[in-house]
Design a protein around this ligand. Structure first.
Ligand SMILES: [Cu+2]
Length: 129
């Protein structure tokens, strides 16, 4: 609990700090920002976009889409599997078209709540370490 994202032995901490200075903003926050679907944005067939990527708790996902066409709902595993667009408690339906959602540790499940879209692959499960 409350363990920093750059925790580890002191060598690792120093390595991470140096890395952060090179890679991240001056604020030196050891968190990354990912654009879901890359250039395609939050769209059909995005389901496999997380494959092969490493996500950490505190990283931010950016969902870019046309708000008239899509939305983003953070859901439970069961609702993810069943394509039920019911926001997790404390969450909401995101509709800005450029939503930024910070990952929590564990698997984070997102789907589009527009009927049929989740079934068409507009859903992602993102595991954050
Ligand atoms: Cu959609």
């Amino acid at each position: 609990m409350g363990e920093g994202r750059c925790s580890g032995n002191s060598t690792n901490v120093i390595t991470m700090l140096i890395l952060c200075m090179f890679v991240f903003h001056p604020k030196m926050i050891c968190a990354e920002i990912f654009t879901v679907g890359d250039g395609q944005g939050w769209s059909f067939g995005v389901e496999n976009w997380p494959a092969g990527k490493t996500f950490k708790a505190g990283d931010t996902l950016v969902f870019n889409y046309a708000p008239a066409l899509h939305n983003v709902v953070k859901v439970s595993a069961a609702d993810f599997n069943a394509c039920v667009p019911k926001p997790l408690s404390g969450s909401t339906v995101f509709t800005s078209g450029a939503d930024r959602i910070v990952l929590v540790k564990g698997t984070n499940f997102f789907l589009c709540g527009i009927p049929g879209h989740c079934g068409a692959g507009q859903k992602i499960a993102v595991n954050a370490i």
